[in-house]
Write a protein that binds this ligand. Structure first.
Ligand code: ZN
Ligand code: ZN
Ligand code: ZN
Length: 146
């Protein structure tokens, strides 16, 4: 999805494209290969739109998540991180624990489980699954430090 698609999509769902939302989307687009914390999004959005405040950042992130335009990714024991959705098909990510760099995995390793659950007492509706590791650059940096 490019930025215009995201903006059109938001408008088509009845949301106004406020200056702050525009600024947040610009920030997310600039970092589309990385996950960012709400704090980082706040700092970077403020550079573009000075009237930004923290509580509206959280509110807008919630709206964008409900509109299916951003991913909210739970990092182990850390605050959630966010990124623009990569594409509208079901997919997963591998994320660098050091710098937040992320790549999409367009294949679902859990599809078999969904198939197997068809006749069970549960209706399986969705799942979350992310892979964590270190990107090449971060491994290089780590090795140089030693
Ligand atoms: Zn994605
Ligand atoms: Zn990294
Ligand atoms: Zn899946």
């Amino acid at each position: 999805m490019n930025l215009n698609d995201v903006k059109d999509n938001l408008k088509s769902q009845g949301y106004k494209l406020t200056n702050q939302r525009k600024a947040i989307l610009d920030v997310l687009m600039d970092h589309k290969g990385h996950v960012l914390s709400a704090e980082e999004i706040y700092e970077k959005t403020k550079e573009r739109y000075a009237k930004t405040n923290v509580s509206t950042i959280y509110r807008n992130l919630e709206i964008l998540e409900n509109a299916n335009l951003i991913h909210r990714i739970n990092m182990n024991g850390e605050a959630s991180k966010y990124k623009l959705i990569c594409n509208d098909k079901h997919h997963h990510h591998i994320i660098c624990k050091e710098c937040g760099k992320s790549q999409s995995i367009d294949f679902c390793p859990l599809q078999d489980i969904h198939d197997e659950f068809k006749d069970e007492d549960f209706v399986l509706t969705d799942h979350r699954f992310e892979l964590y590791g270190y990107c090449k650059e971060c491994i290089k940096k780590k090795n140089e430090q030693v």
